[in-house]
Write a protein of this length. Structure first.
Ligand SMILES: [Zn+2]
Length: 310
């Protein structure tokens, strides 16, 4: 993407070429980079500076419309759309979804979308006799012990439902993130999503884009997602592209981000998609919302680096 529209002043949008934008002062770049849009489809965009090893500066967006002419490169588009299709199919085929936080990220750009793991949870009587031999990530005995979810008292135990078989899919954070970025139905779905053995949520209450992040009562967690615009110079914080009101502290686990996701320099963060299980609260001055990774546990976070354009 060679051009981006800057809406820092909403009454006076300015179109920048990447060549012009990269010549702005550091201060102006920091000021404008969270106000960028795709010139073709108006999706939220990001700026990525030139790399030390010669990759050119570029604009990009994780929110292009599917038919946007600026949606490149093709491999990333294909992979993310495949993930969105898989998750949408899962919504149709499944009664619930377990988030598998243990799935390790692939450091290489594998282009092999594996099929969704389907786990059939049998009805109560059958399950009781087979529970000890099953290798399912959550067998019915744990499902039955569900406590009401954190969001309210309306939890319905699966055992109360009348159908004999529950279809529970297991999915890792990468595909969940890509499907959300590609606008799948997950964000508005009523599907039950399990974040561990005890807690489940309606998908529409669990997944929150950074633009909609609000401090929750009692610090109840959510799965917050969106795009990284940039980090601060010391790499203590991530700044989302979707809003200026949110900051994500990373200093407690910065070294894990290098080993787990290959995020070594500031440029690696720019334009990356991110999803994290965490809590949202106000800073002391009530000027900014903080999203803190749950227990600083990096397995509850996934970052999808932006591909290098062109
Ligand atoms: Zn676009």
């Amino acid at each position: 993407m060679l051009d981006a529209v800057c809406q820092y002043d909403e009454t006076k949008p300015i179109t920048y070429s990447v060549f012009k934008f990269q010549k702005l002062s550091d201060a102006d770049i920091e000021k404008y980079r969270q106000a960028l849009l795709c010139p073709a489809c108006a999706g939220k965009a990001y700026y990525r500076k030139a790399s030390k090893d010669g990759k050119a500066a570029c604009f990009g967006s994780r929110y292009h419309q599917a038919d946007c002419a600026e949606f490149k490169p093709f491999a990333a588009k294909e992979r993310e759309e495949q993930h969105a299709i898989e998750v949408n199919q899962l919504l149709v085929d499944s009664d619930a979804m377990i988030i598998d936080f243990s799935r390790a990220p692939k450091m290489t750009k594998a282009k092999t979308p594996s099929t969704v793991t389907k786990v059939l949870i049998e009805n109560e009587t059958q399950s009781n006799s087979t529970a000890t031999t099953t290798s399912m990530p959550a067998d019915l005995s744990t499902v039955e012990l569900l406590k009401p979810e954190l969001t309210g008292p309306a939890a319905v135990k699966i055992e109360d439902e009348t159908s004999t078989k529950k279809r529970v899919a297991t999915q890792g954070l990468e595909k969940v993130l890509h499907s959300l970025l590609r606008g799948s139905d997950l964000a508005t779905s009523d599907l039950w999503v399990y974040t561990d053995d005890k807690y489940r949520w309606r998908a529409k209450n669990l997944f929150v884009n950074f633009a909609d992040a609000e401090p929750t009562e009692n610090g109840a967690p959510r799965l917050y997602w969106g795009t990284i615009s940039h980090t601060d110079k010391e790499r203590l914080w991530l700044n989302p592209a979707e809003t200026k009101d949110v900051g994500i502290p990373i200093d407690m686990f910065a070294s894990s981000l290098i080993s787990r996701f290959g995020l070594e320099e500031r440029r690696d963060f720019e334009g990356a998609g991110i999803i994290l299980f965490g809590k949202c609260f106000w800073n002391k001055a009530k000027s900014r919302k903080i999203i803190q990774l749950w227990s600083n546990d990096v397995s509850r976070l996934f970052i999808s680096k932006a591909d290098d354009n062109d």
